[in-house]
Design a protein around this ligand. Structure first.
Ligand code: ZN
Ligand code: ZN
Length: 255
C-alpha cells in the first residue's frame, strides 16, 4: 500500500494544501485543496473518497473534482463514503443547485456521476484487499478518522479531533499499526482555543499518545500556518521516544 500526502496543512498559502491523502491510486481520504495538484489522469483513476468530516478544508475540492471528471464518471460513478449525517450536510449545503449543481442527480437521477455510501464503525469496507475501518473522533461537528490495512500493514489518519479516549482504544484493538497520521493543529500557546475548536495541541497529544500500545511512525498534520515549527518542535521535546515526522505535501509512505 502506498499513501501519498496531497495536503496536510491547517491552512493555505504557498506550499500549503489542506487535508487529502491518496491511497494507491484509487482511494482518497478527504478532499481538501491538495487534490487540485493531481493530474487529470490521476484524478480519473479515483474511485472512492472517504470523508472525515464536513469542514471546508476537508471537502473544498470535492465539488470541483466531480465537475472536472463529469464526462469520465458517467460510466462509473465516484463513491463517497462517510457517516450518514455528514452525507446529508454535504448534499444539503454544497450540492444544492445554489452553491453547486446537484451531481447526485446528474446527468440523470437514476445514474448519477457520484453517489454516497453510508459507512459506520461496525461495518469496515474491503476495497480490493484494502480494509477501511472508521475511527472515532471528537470535533465540533460529526467527525471520524480512518484506519486502512492490507496484508502487509496498516496506517491510520485521525482527521480532526481533540482528546478522545475512544480513538486510542480503537487503535489498540487492532493487532498493529505502522503509520499514524494525527493532527496537532494548535500550538501550546493556543491550547484553550484549540480545545474549543476540537483540535489537539502538543500537551494534549503527548498525553494521549501514551495510551497507544503500538510504536508506529507518527506523522503530524494540520499544523496552523506560521506556527508549524513551534508546534512540531514542542511535540518533539515532549515525545523524544516516538518516531515523529512533520508531514508535508508530496510525502509518500509505503507500507
Ligand atoms: Zn475540522
Ligand atoms: Zn481541518
Amino acid at each position: 500500500m502506498e499513501i501519498k500526502v496531497l495536503g496536510c496543512s491547517g491552512g493555505i498559502g504557498a506550499g500549503r494544501r489542506t487535508s487529502a491523502l491518496l491511497v494507491d491510486d484509487d482511494i482518497l481520504i478527504d478532499c481538501g485543496t491538495g487534490v487540485a495538484d493531481l493530474s487529470l489522469e490521476a484524478m480519473a483513476r479515483l474511485r472512492h473518497v472517504f470523508i472525515t468530516h464536513t469542514h471546508l478544508d476537508h471537502i473544498a475540492c470535492l465539488p470541483l473534482l466531480v465537475d472536472t471528471l463529469f464526462s469520465r464518471l458517467q460510466s462509473r460513478p465516484l463513491v463517497i463514503h462517510t457517516r450518514s449525517d455528514c452525507m446529508r450536510i454535504i448534499h444539503h449545503h454544497i450540492f444544492n443547485w445554489q452553491i453547486w449543481p446537484d451531481f447526485f442527480e446528474l446527468p440523470e437521477r437514476e445514474r448519477p456521476v457520484v453517489r454516497f455510501e453510508e459507512m459506520d464503525a461496525a461495518r469496515p469496507l474491503d476495497i480490493e484487499g484494502r480494509r477501511v475501518h472508521m475511527l472515532p473522533a471528537t470535533h465540533t461537528v460529526p467527525a471520524v478518522g480512518y484506519r486502512v490495512e492490507d496484508d502487509r500493514g496498516a496506517f491510520a489518519f485521525t482527521g480532526d479531533t481533540t482528546s478522545n479516549d475512544d480513538l486510542w482504544t480503537a487503535l489498540n484493538d487492532h493487532a498493529g499499526l505502522d503509520l499514524l497520521m494525527v493532527e496537532c493543529a494548535f500550538p501550546e500557546s493556543e491550547r484553550d482555543l484549540g480545545r474549543r475548536a476540537g483540535h489537539y495541541c502538543p500537551s494534549l497529544l503527548a498525553q494521549d499518545l501514551v495510551k497507544l500500545r503500538h510504536r508506529p511512525r507518527v506523522g503530524i498534520s494540520h499544523l496552523k500556518p506560521g506556527a508549524e515549527s513551534e508546534t512540531f518542535e514542542d511535540l518533539r521535546r515532549r515525545l523524544p521516544e516516538r518516531d515523529l515526522v512533520r508531514l508535508g505535501s508530496g510525502d509518500v509512505f509505503k507500507i
